[in-house]
Design a binder for this molecule. Structure first.
Ligand code: NAD
Length: 488
């Protein structure tokens, strides 16, 4: 038999166009087996220093290329990712625990599309111009890339979210140092292998692997990185804000959510139930946009609950590489324990667990016995003040509660610290519009979920973030604007 260490993937940092080994490594696990999948560089100040230097050196040439030249390179990179789609999807599923189906249809196609999207949108920006005829003046704005961008991403949608930052950053002419999550580094490393072939000059994209506390913080604290784009938890964002404050860095923060679904008694229940199942449990509930508080109007509450639970019980949990499986493994043992502890707390408070964790049996294939799995879990009769209704759980757990009036449900939906995404279900267009206007939420989906037009702003209110990403928003974030006045 092959020795375990021989099969182990060992990643290297990608700095100045070259793969470079690191002096120490950390283990990264396959969540569906509990075994070590690969070894990830445990980078720190030294590695970040080298990467920032490479990015600084590459900046003059890259920033002076025309948008069209950069656009062609981004399109080429998109082609190369699409060409290797299956290999990327397999790696993402193994590294993260998500189903192969989700990686194949969501993560990797979107990663490629991120490059294609910004390759196109960078060609279509115009700047502003105003005239003061009485003064003989014309004013216009000019936008230039900022410099070296620091990009930090989480483990739930690894390549998808990392490329959502790399693509606009380099399209605008910046060079980057990216730090993916230490738990899901493989697809970023695979992407580095394609950069040269795509025509990305050395040093334009550098990737340092490692933990947040060491590699991430070294990047945040580096004086030559004027801009940090971060997606992750609210707690980490607070730390990043503090650490970057002495340097007055420009920050974009995409953070957690506690997203409500509001279901009125005139909603079309069949699509509503199927979509709300997806919005609760897709990617094991590990999407910042996942629904975790479902408010159902009194008249349809018991019917909704009965049908929703019956459908949730049909979800198949198992080996992520099985295309028939709906839900894979959670990211880590610690995370699984944390998610389970919320279910226990709810039970201790008197809530009812209607299906899933602790209620239904979970049977797994032999190879997955040590994986980090749990069933889709539905909890009812939870108080609004309960931690299950207030804190982000980030797993396959959703709470269902009843409400009476529009006024009441808006107030309750808004009574959390987060404000990322909401869904509203009703066939009354006036009501849908009124409710959407009053929800404290960066995104409101009515009668649907996760339908995105990348042109428009994405981001959260309150503790869910600062700033927005999208065609125009990312362009503005990744460039500096100057106002120039000409007098004749
Ligand atoms: P996390 O905050 O623990 O980690 C995110 C990244 O930050 C990782 O790369 C990590 O290594 C790094 N990091 C950690 N500490 C750091 C520090 N002190 N300095 C610099 N970097 C540091 O988040 P996570 O657990 O990886 O991801 C889950 C969270 O991300 C959830 O809260 C989820 O809602 C959020 N999320 C938000 C969005 C969004 O667009 N709003 C999208 C996906 C995930």
């Amino acid at each position: 038999a092959m020795a375990h260490s021989e099969a182990l993937l060992v990643l290297e940092n990608f700095i100045g166009g070259k793969f470079v080994p690191c002096s120490s490594y950390i283990d990264s696990y396959n969540p569906s087996t509990g075994g070590v999948y690969c070894r990830v560089p445990d980078s720190g100040k030294e590695e970040v220093e080298a990467a920032v230097k490479a990015a600084k050196d590459a900046f003059p040439i890259w920033s002076s290329k025309s948008p069209l030249e950069r656009s062609q390179i981004l399109n080429k990179l998109a082609d190369l990712i699409e060409h290797d789609l299956e290999a990327f999807a397999q790696a993402e599923s193994k590294d993260q625990g998500k189903t192969i189906m989700f990686a194949r249809t969501v993560d990797i196609p979107r990663a490629a599309y991120n490059f294609r999207f910004f390759a196109s949108s960078i060609l279509h920006h115009t700047t502003e111009c105003t005239e003061m005829a009485n003064m003989g003046c014309v004013h216009y704005t000019s936008r230039v890339p900022v410099g070296v961008a620091g990009l930090i991403s989480p483990w739930n949608l690894p390549l998808y979210l990392l490329t959502w930052k790399i693509a606009p950053a380099i399209a605008c002419g910046n060079t980057v140092v990216a730090k993916p999550s230490e738990m899901t580094s493989v697809t970023a490393w695979m992407m580095c292998k394609l950069l040269e072939k795509a025509g990305v000059p050395h040093g334009v994209v550098n990737v340092v692997f490692g933990t947040g506390a060491k590699a991430g913080e070294a990047l945040v604290c580096h004086p030559d990185v004027p801009l940090i784009s971060f997606t992750g938890s609210t707690l980490t964002a607070q730390r990043i804000t503090e650490k970057s404050a002495p340097h007055c860095k420009r920050l974009s923060l995409e953070l957690g959510g506690k997203n409500p679904a509001i279901i009125f008694d005139d909603a079309d229940l069949t699509p509503c139930i199927l979509t709300t199942l997806r919005s609760s449990f897709a990617n094991q509930g590990e999407i910042c946009l996942c629904t975790s508080r479902i408010f159902v109007q009194k008249g349809i509450y018991s019917e909704f609950l009965r049908r929703f639970v019956a459908e949730a019980k049909k979800w198949k949990v198992g080996n992520p590489s099985d295309p028939a499986v709906d839900m894979g493994a959670l990211i880590s043992k610690e995370h699984l324990e944390k998610v389970r502890s919320y279910v226990k707390k709810a039970q201790a408070e008197g809530a009812r667990v209607l299906c899933g964790e602790g209620v239904d049996p979970l049977t797994l294939p032999a190879v997955n016995q040590k994986g980090y799995f749990m069933l889709p879990t539905v909890i009812a009769e939870v108080k609004d003040e309960s931690c299950c209704m207030q804190e982000e759980i980030f797993g396959p757990v959703t709470c269902v509660v009843a409400f009476d009036t529009e006024e009441e449900v808006i107030k309750r939906a808004n009574s959390v610290k987060y404000g990322l995404a909401a869904t509203v279900w009703s066939s009354n267009v006036g009501r849908v519009h009124r409710v959407a206007q009053r929800l404290q939420s960066g995104l409101v989906w009515t009668n649907c979920w996760l339908v995105r037009d990348l042109n428009l702003p994405f981001g959260g209110m309150k503790a869910s973030g600062i700033g927005r990403e999208g065609a125009k928003d990312s362009y503005e974030f990744f460039t500096e604007v100057k106002t120039i006045t000409i007098k004749h």
